[in-house]
Design a protein around this ligand. Structure first.
Ligand SMILES: *Cc1c(COP(=O)(O)O)cnc(C)c1O
Length: 406
């Protein structure tokens, strides 16, 4: 019996309707949307039904593609706290700022949402072996969820990826390979291995289901804010899956009639000036981004010189009256410590870029003092020990120099 509400798949580039009959990859080298029979969901499910459900992202199962609950591969991901951050808000001169703390998810980043969905669907189609190119966090999450599913995982990361991710992925039993190049080079290896190694490619947006996992950020946010969406959502953008996913989620909720107000948030993509293809395209009014040459940023999740979902990101920014902001690479660590030390939130360099963006957008009056702003903290600072310099004095217990302690 069919237990999901997927009506069909749809090519994002030209809207062609595709049957939901197999594990698909790209269509015309571009991503595929999962579409649902929203009317049927609306008849069978009400917002109140959520109340009795588990507090994880699978509580929205009608809006998820898995047909058998037995195939759900879960580590309890989802329902991350939405933290009001008043000290940070006053730093910006704002009143209503929230951080959605995705660093508290399994493997300490929101990659777990996408991987939980993608690996569940892989399980549904009997996949035994998965592969992913990664800037770090996707590898960790892929490795963890593959372990949870009993699948083999092959992960490919740039050689200079944080040791935390490399060791984490290895610990979860993945086969870990370091590539003398960028994530795009890793992606090519995964693609070239499709035939030779018979693995399933879990690259960002190259299968339709990581978006579905990440869209649950938007579903949760709506539920946590009592079905009234915020004014502005600030999102550190690499491949863009989360931003695209949330924008999709808001439309599904609107169509379901679950939103108390029809107002949509303005979506903001944030990148570092060290790698900002989406910002460049947005500023030029283009729908497709050019490759960012010599991409270099300590925010490894944002070091994506070209994204196959570029037009999906740019469409969401434009449709939402949003914008795209590139921030100074040199300030990233300061923004990390500002957030961590003022709010106790472990914020990695990617989301730290959002702090710089909110500073700028507030200064420019693009964000008004009373507006409700949600910043996504997509990954923990603990993944990046190499970028945090600490000058901690060493004390000798038998001969304490009290002048050192001040
Ligand atoms: C992957 C990643 C990003 C970028 O996410 P996309 O949805 O691919 O744009 C941002 N921050 C962190 C910590 C990440 O791991």
């Amino acid at each position: 019996m069919k237990q999901h509400f997927v009506s069909h798949l749809e090519a994002a580039i030209d809207g062609s309707r595709l049957e939901n009959d197999r594990l698909r990859s790209l269509h015309k080298s571009r991503p595929i949307w999962v579409r649902y029979d929203i009317e049927a969901i609306g008849h069978l499910t009400k917002r109140l039904d959520l109340l009795g459900r588990k507090n994880d992202m699978w509580r929205y199962r009608e809006l998820m593609p898995v047909s058998s609950e037995d195939n759900i591969v879960s580590l309890g991901e989802g329902m991350t706290p939405l933290l009001k951050v008043d000290r940070l808000a006053s730093h910006f001169g704002l009143k209503n700022v929230y951080v959605k703390d995705e660093a508290q998810l399994p493997t300490a980043s929101f990659k777990s949402r996408g991987m939980s969905a993608a690996i569940s669907m892989a399980k549904e189609y009997n996949v035994k072996k998965v592969a992913v190119p990664s800037a770090g966090n996707a590898a960790s999450a892929c490795a963890a969820y593959a372990a949870r599913a009993g699948m083999e995982a092959y992960v490919f990361m740039p050689q200079d990826t944080s040791a935390s991710n490399i060791k984490e992925a290895a610990l979860y039993g993945a086969k870990v390979y370091l590539v003398d190049g960028l994530i795009t080079d890793c992606g090519k290896i995964v693609k070239d291995g499709l035939e030779k190694k018979q693995w399933h490619d879990l690259s960002t947006l190259k299968e339709p289901y990581r978006i579905e996992g990440k869209k649950t950020m938007g579903l949760e946010l709506a539920e946590q804010l009592n079905w009234v969406l915020p004014d502005v959502i600030v999102y550190p953008t690499g491949g863009g899956t989360g931003l695209i996913g949330m924008w999709k989620a808001f439309h599904e909720l609107k169509e379901l009639g679950w939103l108390n107000e029809s107002k949509m948030p303005r979506m903001v993509s944030v990148q570092s000036k060290g790698c900002c293809p989406i910002v460049t395209a947005f500023v030029k009014g283009k729908r497709f981004a050019e490759i960012h040459k010599n991409a270099a940023t300590i925010a490894s999740g944002l070091r994506v010189p070209s994204a196959i979902g570029d037009f999906m990101i740019l469409d969401a920014l434009n449709e939402s009256d949003g914008c795209a902001v590139a921030v100074e690479e040199a300030d990233i660590v300061n923004w990390m410590s500002l957030t961590s030390s003022s709010e106790g939130i472990s914020m990695g360099p990617e989301s730290a870029c959002c702090i710089g963006a909110v500073e700028k957008l507030t200064r420019d009056s693009w964000i008004k003092p009373d507006e409700k702003v949600v910043i996504f903290n997509c990954g923990s600072a603990l993944k990046y020990p190499h970028i945090i310099d600490v000058d901690a004095p060493v004390l000798h217990p038998n001969d304490i120099d009290w002048a050192q302690i001040h």
